[in-house]
Design a binder for this molecule. Structure first.
Ligand SMILES: [Zn+2]
Length: 195
């Protein structure tokens, strides 16, 4: 993923030379579902394809399912990660942690509502509703952070550090750039394993 934009790197999908495909689709929104169906059909036309559908990479059951799928993947697999920006970047980091090399991983971001941010102070990775270059209250330590335009691939998150300014009090929130309350996860009802 180094050097590439976090969005929509799909030019090489599906790679006709791949031995097999693993598609990980995260989130229940209609765009993700439609893209997943199309990409899965494209891959199945070429080779063995496994589809894993998750609600939220941070949900323990989903994280375990992702780890299982990555562990079962063989050398030569091509992995497509589909979904919102936070989930796709976090899934990519876990794929790398599991031994996948960047050339094996393709990201397709279907929305950019949320962003993974790594706080240099509380050393946590958080899901925030913001973009690089913006300011956000850290959901972990409540510092007012500036999100740098630097994606740390191994963390699957953008780096953020303290602005040195005091955060506004809770009752004063709502000003520009302070809309970054941690998002609630989606429901964890349906998940399916195919293939
Ligand atoms: Zn923090």
């Amino acid at each position: 993923m180094s050097g590439s934009a976090p969005h929509g790197r799909v030019a090489e999908w599906p790679d006709p030379a791949a031995g097999s495909f693993l598609i990980v689709s995260v989130g229940a929104d209609p765009v993700t579902a439609a893209r997943t169906a199309g990409r899965t059909a494209d891959a199945e036309a070429i080779g063995s394809t496994r589809l894993v559908v998750l609600d939220d990479v941070d949900h323990p059951a989903d994280a375990a399912a992702l780890a299982d799928a990555l562990a079962a993947a063989r050398t030569g697999v091509r992995i497509l990660l589909l979904g919102g920006r936070y989930d796709v970047l976090q899934a990519a980091a876990r794929a790398r942690e599991a031994g996948a090399i960047p050339a094996e991983i393709t990201l397709e971001t279907t929305h950019a509502v949320d962003l993974p941010v790594y706080c240099a102070h509380c050393r946590g990775t958080h899901r925030v509703a913001a973009d690089p270059g913006e300011r956000v209250l850290c959901p972990g330590c409540a510092r007012l952070l500036e999100i740098h335009d630097h994606l740390a691939g191994t963390l699957g998150a953008f780096l953020a550090s303290d602005t040195g300014e005091a955060p506004v009090r809770a009752g004063d929130r709502g000003g520009p750039g302070l809309g970054g309350a941690e998002l609630d996860g989606a429901g964890h009802g349906d998940r399916a394993f195919v293939g």
